[in-house]
Design a protein around this ligand. Structure first.
Ligand SMILES: *Cc1c(COP(=O)(O)O)cnc(C)c1O
Length: 369
């Protein structure tokens, strides 16, 4: 079986370095909020070119902490995309605010800025774009709208570590950027982990306090916070992966170019495109397929893993029934949820595997046409 993502292969490549890092933490006697976490924050700041970075427990917490640090909560609205992993909207709901969905762009699958303005009300506090599958959201118009309406921009960059827009890394464009280091993410670790970056000093300070029980001095608490820190072992492992991330992302892009070259002319298939000026890191490679069921079944039979991201847009989820949405409210999101199929994409996909995947797709699509 060729898996969608091969974590084992990825972690085998850094095994010696990783074992040494784990041993270093083991012997240090410091497992939470120690020097590895601090050094990772310094190193990731340099990589992303951002003034403030705070390691947290996971990507979902990064979003929750970002919202909370901006005092977004009960009665507030946050405009976001319905075509994303659930955690984006979950974080908004978790702080007591309401996710207000607007439809996506057909090419990038990201929030469509042309729909944002009409979704703004007096309750709107922020826009939360997601850089889905690693493709940057259309940030220029989003930033303009936010400025005109005095709204915050919180970037959900959980699938896009290292992606950029005109040379600027995603996560550092808006007020706050949130990252996840869940094992399957393009910068992943061997457990949970997350990061908040921001250009605002007071936000960074607030998040540092919030992630640690609302405390700046041990056993003295100034507010109700969270227990959400990046632990030392994950930080030590991430310091290693961070030195490889450009190479890992380039390998993904190389595979994406091969797929594009081989699959873009096939009838009944549309390959993902990167908009000019953006650096897409292909966290996932999702093709659009006329007959998804046939291709999916055929690939599975041929031993090639494939998957649907995401089968049900968030506005149609049971948990958001109270928002009163119906089918066809966001037609592009709904169409993509029926047509997209992820094929294997990870940095260590061999040439032989890539050839086999392409061959199988060609065969299945032609027999269908
Ligand atoms: C993975 C992911 C999250 C949540 O990250 P966790 O570390 O799993 O909590 C949030 N948003 C998006 C778009 C994601 O893909």
């Amino acid at each position: 079986m060729i898996p969608l993502i091969d974590l084992d292969r990825q972690f085998q490549m850094i095994k010696d370095e990783a074992m040494e890092a784990i041993r270093r933490v083991y012997d240090s006697g410091q497992y939470i909020l120690g020097s590895e976490g601090k050094q990772f924050e310094e190193e990731v700041k340099i990589y992303l070119e951002t003034p403030f970075a705070i390691g947290v427990g996971n990507g979902t917490d990064a979003l929750v902490l970002a919202l909370d640090a901006l005092n977004i909560g009960d009665g507030d609205e946050v405009i976001t995309t319905p075509f994303t992993f659930f955690a984006t909207a979950e974080a908004i709901s978790r702080v007591g605010a309401t996710p207000v969905f607007v439809d996506i762009e057909p090419v990038t699958f990201n929030i469509d800025p042309t729909h944002i303005k009409k979704a703004i009300t007096s309750q709107t506090k922020a826009i939360m774009p997601v850089h889905l599958f690693g493709h940057p959201a259309n940030m220029d118009p989003i930033m303009t709208i936010a400025k005109d309406h005095n709204l915050y921009v919180i970037e959900d960059a959980c699938q896009a570590f290292g992606s950029s827009v005109n040379g600027k890394k995603v996560g550092t464009i808006g007020d706050i950027g949130c990252f996840s280091f869940f094992p399957t993410k393009n910068l992943g670790t061997m457990g949970d982990g997350g990061l908040v970056v921001t250009k605002h000093k007071h936000v960074a300070e607030r998040i540092r306090v919030l992630r640690h029980h609302g405390s700046t001095k041990k056993y003295y608490h100034q507010e109700i916070g969270y227990n959400s820190r990046l632990d030392e072992i994950q930080a030590a492992l991430l310091r290693i992966s961070l030195t490889h991330i450009d190479d890992l992302n380039k390998r993904r892009q190389k595979t994406a170019s091969f797929y594009q070259e081989q699959l873009s002319t096939l009838k009944g298939i549309t390959v993902p495109k990167s908009i000019e000026g953006t650096e897409h890191i292909f966290h996932l490679y999702c093709i659009e397929v006329d007959d998804r069921e046939h291709l999916s079944k055929g690939l599975s039979q041929a031993g090639i893993a494939n998957g649907v991201y995401y089968p049900l847009p968030l506005h149609l989820q049971e948990v958001y029934k109270h928002l009163g949405h119906q089918a066809n409210d966001f037609p592009i999101s709904e169409e993509k949820s029926k047509r997209l199929l992820a094929i294997p994409m990870h940095p260590y996909l061999t040439d032989a595997e890539q050839n086999e995947i392409v061959k199988s797709i060609k065969l299945l699509v032609t027999e269908n046409g």
